[in-house]
Design a binder for this molecule. Sequence first.
Ligand code: SAH
Length: 219
Amino acid sequence: MRRPTTDTFRHQGLRKKLIKLLEEKGITDALVLGAMERVPRHFFLDRGFEEIAYEDRAFPIEAEQTISHPFTVAFQTQLLQLKKWSRVLEVGTGSAYQAAVLAEMGARVFTVERQRTLYDQVLQFQWLSKKYPMIEFFYGDGYAGQPKFAPFDRILVTAGAPQVPEGLIPQLKIGGILVVPVGEGAAQRMHRIVRLSETETQQEVFGEFQFVPMLKGKN
Ligand code: SAH
């Protein structure tokens, strides 16, 4: 992959426009909008997408996966209600754009990807590791979480799970939040699950989104 390496005034202007669009679409969290205004999304894509990187669209990355729509990234991140220094587990590193947005907001990020190609690619992305040393990358099956680094304040799943991945809930702190798109087929409904106690959770369901499937095992 050939990545762009310069962030020009033009890119910054396009980002400003995108942020306005996200606000019009209902995103209100200034911390989320601020972080997305600072992270150069075009760096996470091949040069071929440089001109269109700030449209509210998903784009293909390697291994038949996609970088999520900016609106989806903003919506999921807003639901997380991050605090500075939150420990966040992300399932589905993909391009690592979402991980960068979380890190930009001051989170400590543990992100896991099941596609070897994507994991290898992200390790070679030098700008990213220099800019965000607080992101740790793992190759593995996100259904297993990252027990060695648990418990987490937040868990964010960026692939569509057929059901709520219950196995992740014990890796949340009490009071912690899991955001996960749930559903098989063409569309998923966004779920936010708060771990109230050792045994209780509270669940809210939001609108429909489209995700690549959360699959078992590694590839
Ligand atoms: N957060 C990403 C979006 C990637 S799309 C970004 O910002 O670009 C979803 C990703 O989840 C894909 O890369 C897919 O390979 C990955 N994925 C699917 N099932 C997974 C699992 N069980 N464990 C880890 N990653 C998974």
